[in-house]
Design a protein around this ligand. Structure first.
Ligand code: ADP
Ligand code: MG
Length: 246
């Protein structure tokens, strides 16, 4: 379980996160929505250890990890840009995290081939990053993060740059791998539908506060999430279409 207690973060005079607390049970995914600039990336970066909170504590399975290095935390922060190693082929990009952890070569071989299968990238293992498509690079990036079995996976608008079709495929892939790899994750997105699809838990970041919803209906009826407005929009569209048909 991940537990965050009273995290505060200021950049100079600007308070970005204020007294933010939540818990995330193991093997569950929380989606976080929120406007640009509301502090979502800052929160994820603090959890990953890439940024230091001004105050507050982070616990992972009852251990206080606030002062741990990113490596020791084993929390992976995944950004939307697929930052693959340009000089390593697909296989070696996937194997990288296992190699630096000094895993046995036979085990690396098996795990990478299983991952290639999971990602539907069989036969692409010898290609260099520039020889595969953007969507495939995204898959490799994603596979590289989960192959090391991080304790928590932090996804920061990971599919934001993808076309609708590829995005849909990645959402399905994420859901499959989430179950298979028993992932604990936080999924930041500005897409309402994606938030609903990806997370069993839903949260909304607003002015440095994180509001956690007890269920989907509470989330859908909260005016600040704009879900209601979206529903109204589609209902109005349907009514108009129905009227035209009559
Ligand atoms: P989001 O991911 O929700 O769009 P961010 O966490 O990136 O928001 O940013 C939240 C606020 O913190 C913004 O106002 C941003 O300008 C500010 N901020 C983020 N990182 C820094 C930094 N390193 N130095 C100063 N201000 C920052
Ligand atoms: Mg951001």
């Amino acid at each position: 379980m991940l537990k965050v207690e009273a995290i505060q973060k200021s950049f100079g005079e600007e308070t970005v996160l204020s007294q933010l607390s939540f818990t995330l049970p193991s093997e569950s995914v929380m989606s976080i929505l929120g406007r640009s600039g509301s502090g979502k990336s800052t929160l994820l970066r603090i959890l990953a250890g890439l940024e230091r909170a001004s105050s507050g504590q982070i616990f992972l399975e009852d251990q206080e990890i606030s002062h741990w290095t990113p490596q020791k935390r084993n929390i992976v922060y995944l950004y939307q840009e697929p930052l693959l190693f340009p000089h390593l082929n697909v296989f070696e990009n996937l194997a990288f995290g296992l190699r630096i952890r000094k895993n046995d070569p036979a085990l690396i071989h098996d795990r990478v081939h299983q991952m290639l299968k999971d990602l539907e990238l069989e036969g692409q293992d010898k290609k260099m990053p520039h020889q595969i498509s953007g969507g495939q690079r995204q898959r490799v990036n994603f596979g590289r993060a989960i192959i090391i079995e991080p304790r928590v996976l932090l996804l920061d608008e990971p599919f934001g740059a993808l076309d609708v079709e590829t995005r849909h495929n990645m959402q399905e892939l994420f859901q499959e791998l989430r179950v298979r790899h028993k992932m604990t994750a936080i999924f930041v997105t500005h897409d309402l539908k994606e938030a609903m699809l990806m997370g069993q838990r839903l949260a909304y970041m607003q002015q440095g506060h994180l509001k956690i919803y007890s269920d989907r209906s509470e989330f859908l009826t909260d005016p600040s999430t704009e879900a209601g407005r979206e529903i109204q929009f589609w209902e109005k569209m349907r009514e108009e279409a129905d009227k035209k048909r009559d």
